[in-house]
Design a protein around this ligand. Sequence first.
Ligand code: MGD
Ligand code: MGD
Ligand code: SF4
Ligand code: MO
Length: 724
Amino acid sequence: MEVLERGRRGHVEAAVLKSVCRACHGGCGVLLHVEDGRLTKVAGDPDSPLNRGRLCPIGTRTLDLVYHPDRLKHPLRRTGPRGGGQWRRISWDEALDEIAARLTAIKRDHGPEAIALGTGTGRHHIRWVSRFGHALGTPNWCEPGFAQCFHPRINTTLLTFGDFPVCDFTGEVAPRCIVYWGHNPVNSGPDGETRFNALDSLAANPKVIVVDPRRTRLAKMADVWLQLRPGTDDALALAWLNVLIEERLYDAAFVAKWTHGFDALAERVRPHTPEWAEPITWVPADAIRAAVRLYAATRPSMMEWGCAIEHTPNCIQTVRAVSMLPALTGNVDVPGGWVFGMRGLGRFPSLIENLTPEASAKRLGADRFKLLCGEGADLPAAHIPTLLRAMREGVPYPVKAFLIFGNNTLTTYGNSREVHEALMKVDLLVAADLFMTPTTELADIVLPAAAWPELDQVAGLPTLAANVVLGQQKSVQIGECKSDEEIFVALARRMELPVGTEAVETVLDQQVGKVLGMTFRQLTEVGHVKVPFRYRKYEDGGFKTPTGKIELYATRFEALGYDPLPYYEEPPESPLSTPEVAKDFPLVLTTGARIPFFFNSEHRQLAALRKAHPDPIVELHPAAAAPHGIRDGDWVWIETLRGRIRQKARVTGDIDPRVVHVEHGWWFPEQPGPEYGVWTANANVLTRNDPPYDPAMGTYHLRGLLCRIARVQPADLTAAGDAR
Ligand SMILES: Nc1nc2c(c(=O)[nH]1)N[C@H]1C(S)=C(S)[C@@H](COP(=O)(O)OP(=O)(O)OC[C@H]3O[C@@H](n4cnc5c(=O)[nH]c(N)nc54)[C@H](O)[C@@H]3O)O[C@H]1N2
Ligand SMILES: Nc1nc2c(c(=O)[nH]1)N[C@H]1C(S)=C(S)[C@@H](COP(=O)(O)OP(=O)(O)OC[C@H]3O[C@@H](n4cnc5c(=O)[nH]c(N)nc54)[C@H](O)[C@@H]3O)O[C@H]1N2
Ligand code: SF4
Ligand SMILES: [Mo]
């Protein structure tokens, strides 16, 4: 069926529209069926090379999301005290006028940097948040994943490989070996790939190596599973490099021709034998050797790396060390290995040129974390703990306004209690979201955001490499919801900003037109475009680095003042670095392994998904559970130096007896607002956001902390388990 006519607000009355699911980082092609102005079915697009007609549990429940009765449908203004849960419906004009007027006043009285913007991971509008910030003149925007998710991998590889590598799942040759390093794409895709491509690659029966403290489904089918102590990936990766080099298992011809600094790296990793790594990582030296030998002997191979390696304060050097494994084995830009994409989508007009050098220098954290906030960053962002301090204490200067476009700050930033304190301090808090959350409840003005089937966008997948470009199109209008992109344009126009006032479609046309030579609407008609692909692009003119080679010894790191070679650093809170804390908190805590039914803090209100996973689950070994009388299904207190939460026990032999895993993102939409139980089971009550941080990226510590456990007694439950 063709789209006959779009309604005044861009929606359609009846059609089957090609689009792309963005309920997670996105990428699955979909068919949106619309009848009488209502979305009636969302199906996987059989023509999409990224999912071939399939959808995951979350994508499958799209109608439940779009038509959920609790969706925010019109702007709201707080009437009582902040967090008091009293609201009044207002019009968009009133909401935008008030926000525009207050932002203009803050800008005038305190400078544009006193306005900060926040958003969530990989959202359709993520780049529009920084664009709006740059149009406003503020360098301060942030996203909880920037310092600890994906961007450490992006910024590191851009500086040392000259490009960002992704796994070649849609290419000419299937991988013969896949390493899943702190990554579980069976549950978590997509994050640089799509989950269906990742699953399909297993059909060719590759050798599988898993680096994970938990025996996941992938670990169960692995040829080698390395069950490491959380937070010690740097030590383990250095030991891999040691074995590759000492046993001469690397690709000598590739290394000689295409890498820089091999001898310095060899010297650096010489002491880091598997025997050195064993007591640190808890992985037997023999198992490390077996993994490296299998990896080196089986090509082509893919390195599937995940955010687990980015959740410690030695994030960048961990990423560096792991990235060298494909480099030393020549698995770069080859069929079935790591590849550099063709950049099918034009560079996003971020308007960063609107910031003067003086304004950029004020970005919170820019003086310290150059890969996150400064000249080493692909898209610089503010350092979250520094920003929160500016909100709380006015140091180094006050941040007066925080505008959140799609982030449940109280659940996904480290150390939720401090976050709460900061949010309570700002003069103006605005939140755009699909639902009321414990975070939007603290706002002054809440804006109803359009969900992904209700808006126009483009997506380039695999992320950044963009070999497939997909068009996402508005199908229906829900209440008075507006897309975040439209909100930015409306605010920019109202504030009469010098830039950032073009219509959304004009910007999409620019992005699509430059590279694909078509308009955005033409892209949505075809659904997706596959960009012609080439391997071994470095053979024409080398890698895009100062030396033209993959920089094992990173000259640009050195120029920025960081160690050009990877090193090990014990996490700041661990059995080895803080043995005195370990006396009271003897177990190692890791958080946040992904669940297929929820995306971070989302989807807890969708009944079908919640039924599949009703409670937050803490995983612990029978040997850890027994001394506390904890049995499978019991509620368990998990406590760190920051606070305590409770989750329900899964007592399992699939985790090390010394390790506990808790799920992240939990709140309970069914419980009374304004808190919705956010202090009960939220992993970030346990985590920390204080120094030390990664010196280049400012990363704080989410995995590999210290905790203790206890069985929740029936009397505790009546006390509601409040963590505050
Ligand atoms: N369904 C769904 N999909 C998602 C998300 C979601 O919430 N739900 N979130 C999205 C986001 S934001 C991201 S970043 C990705 C994350 O997805 P992934 O990168 O796959 O990361 P996780 O699932 O958090 O963790 C992967 C594995 O790391 C293990 N692990 C825990 N601690 C450590 C450690 O210290 N070292 C190592 N090597 N492994 C460790 C965990 O046991 C887990 O099995 O998923 C994205 N996709
Ligand atoms: N302890 C611990 N903490 C973690 C992690 C961990 O593993 N452990 N993982 C970290 C990582 S890797 C990441 S990336 C972050 C993720 O953090 P975020 O990506 O910020 O995820 P959420 O906080 O769930 O925020 C998403 C919010 O956006 C809303 N939303 C959905 N679609 C839209 C939209 O189109 N527009 C608007 N305006 N709102 C929308 C949702 O309703 C939800 O409230 O969490 C980090 N926090
Ligand atoms: S994997 Fe992501 S993009 Fe694909 S259907 Fe699920 S939520 Fe949508
Ligand atoms: Mo993430």
